[in-house]
Each structure stands twice: as C-alpha cells, then as structure tokens.
Design a protein around this ligand. Structure first.
Ligand code: GTP
Ligand code: MG
Length: 138
C-alpha cells in the first residue's frame, strides 16, 4: 500500500473548500495518516518545488503558496499516488474534467494557473521525498 503527499493550497483554504476536498478523499476510501493546517515557509517550498526552479512560473508559484495557510496531508491506500492525481484532475482547472477536484471546484484566474487548489505527489520517489519535507517524523 502506498502513501502520497497532498497539499490543499491557499486558494482551497481561502475559498472554504477544505471540507469538500477532504470529503472526496475519504469517499474514495483513502486513509488519513497526517493532516495539518500550517503556513508554508520559503525553505520548505524551495525543497518541495526544486524541480521547477528557474521556470517562469516558479517565483509566482512560491509567492502564491506563501499567501496563506495550506493543509498538508499524508494519505494511505492502494495506488493512492495515481488515484489522488486522478481525483485532482488536470493541472489547468479549465482543462480539468468535470468530476475532478480541479474540474468541479477550480476556476480560471487568468494567467495564475498555479491557483489549482491541490498538489499531489507524482511518483513513489516524489512521495517519499515530499513526505520527508513536510512530515520529517513520518
Ligand atoms: P502538482 O500536483 O501541484 O505538482 O501539479 P501538477 O503535477 O499537475 O503540476 P506540475 O508539477 O507540473 O506543476 C506544479 C505546480 O506549478 C502546478 O500545480 C501549478 O500550480 C504550477 N504550474 C505548473 N505549470 C504552470 C504554468 O505553466 N503556469 C503557472 N502559472 N503555474 C504553473
Ligand atoms: Mg507536480
């Protein structure tokens, strides 16, 4: 059974979508291993988004992630890495299919594609790395 790191981004918290998103995760049958509302820090985000450093959207993304609290979650369940990304939908909320978190709840903020409600690890390697960043005791 897998674990994955999920972040509910500041737009999800500000828009009052935490309960709805956690409801969808639980409805899918995944277990909650850890769940915490907290402020991200520049240090944590530099590690978390290391693969995107140097891209044009990197600094706006980091600034956005510092614009309010996030909910950091560790999920557990069979193939939950792929399963959560399927629940989340495509990165761009306009392109995300109806039925997905981003497709149903995300809105288009013009160029601010980074405001897409959630993050989910994209591989077992990323999940292990990201869980270590956000929950070093796990
Ligand atoms: P995550 O689950 O958040 O990692 O989303 P993802 O895997 O679908 O996207 P990716 O890892 O490629 O990018 C990480 C995050 O950077 C995305 O969720 C967006 O918030 C942001 N991002 C990615 N591409 C763009 C882009 O072209 N423009 C902007 N403004 N933000 C982007
Ligand atoms: Mg990603």
């Amino acid at each position: 059974t897998q674990r994955t790191l999920v972040l509910l981004k500041p737009d999800a918290v500000k828009r009052g979508q935490v309960g709805e998103i956690v409801r969808r995760i639980e409805a899918k049958g995944y277990g909650l291993v850890a769940l915490e509302l907290r402020d991200a820090t520049p240090e944590v985000l530099a590690e978390h988004y290391a693969e995107h450093e140097g891209k044009p959207f990197y600094q706006p993304l980091v600034d956005f992630m510092l614009s309010g609290p996030v909910v950091a979650i560790v999920l557990e369940g069979e193939r939950c890495i792929e399963g959560f990304r399927s629940l989340a939908g495509a990165t761009d909320p306009t392109a995300a299919a109806p039925g997905t978190i981003r497709g149903d709840l995300g809105r288009d903020w013009g160029l601010k594609v980074q405001q897409n409600l959630v993050h989910g690890s994209d591989s077992e390697e990323s999940a292990a790395r990201e869980i270590g960043i956000w929950f070093p005791h796990l």
